[in-house]
Design a protein around this ligand. Structure first.
Ligand code: DQA
Length: 144
């Protein structure tokens, strides 16, 4: 049976390709999905989702408990603020990989702390969109 990986994207990532391209590049979320699909191992599929709403991200993580074998998540700014996203991830049993397009450690100090990292099995920052492909490969090997 095919195993599904949820790829969750938080606030403002719908603007990928238009927003601050000097930091996030010119490629879009559609490009992210294409790269993520290319990285899937046999027997795996993915569902790409984005919301600007914290509660929606929490609901998708709850849904993942039944529907997904692993989660790749770029929580956007919720990374640095959301205990609710952390709590939801703590209720998910499969592998979780946190992705940031930019190197958050090279940026403002408020971006250096991540609630999500307290749960994530791996953290990728600063690899651009390639970070999503690396995260998908890692979930496939952990959930395979
Ligand atoms: C981000 C980094 C966050 O600090 C920021 O709020 C984002 C995107 C990244 O992908 O580099 O929205 O998660």
């Amino acid at each position: 049976m095919t195993k599904t990986i949820y790829i969750l994207n938080g606030p403002n990532l719908n603007l990928l390709g238009k927003r601050q391209p000097e930091i996030y590049g010119h490629e879009t979320l559609e490009d992210v999905e294409r790269m993520a699909r290319d990285a899937l191992a046999g027997g795996f599929d993915c569902r790409m989702m984005q919301s600007n709403w914290e509660g929606q991200i929490v609901d998708w993580i709850h849904e993942a408990r039944e529907e997904a074998c692993g989660i790749v998540i770029n929580p956007g700014a919720l990374t640095h603020t959301s205990v609710a996203v952390l709590d939801a991830l703590n209720a998910f049993e499969g592998p979780v990989i946190e992705v940031h397009i930019s190197n958050v450690h090279k940026r403002e100090t408020f971006r250096h702390h991540s609630y999500v990292s307290l749960r994530a099995d791996g953290v990728i920052a600063g690899l651009g969109l390639e970070g999503y492909a690396a995260a998908v490969r890692r979930v496939c090997s952990l959930a395979g």
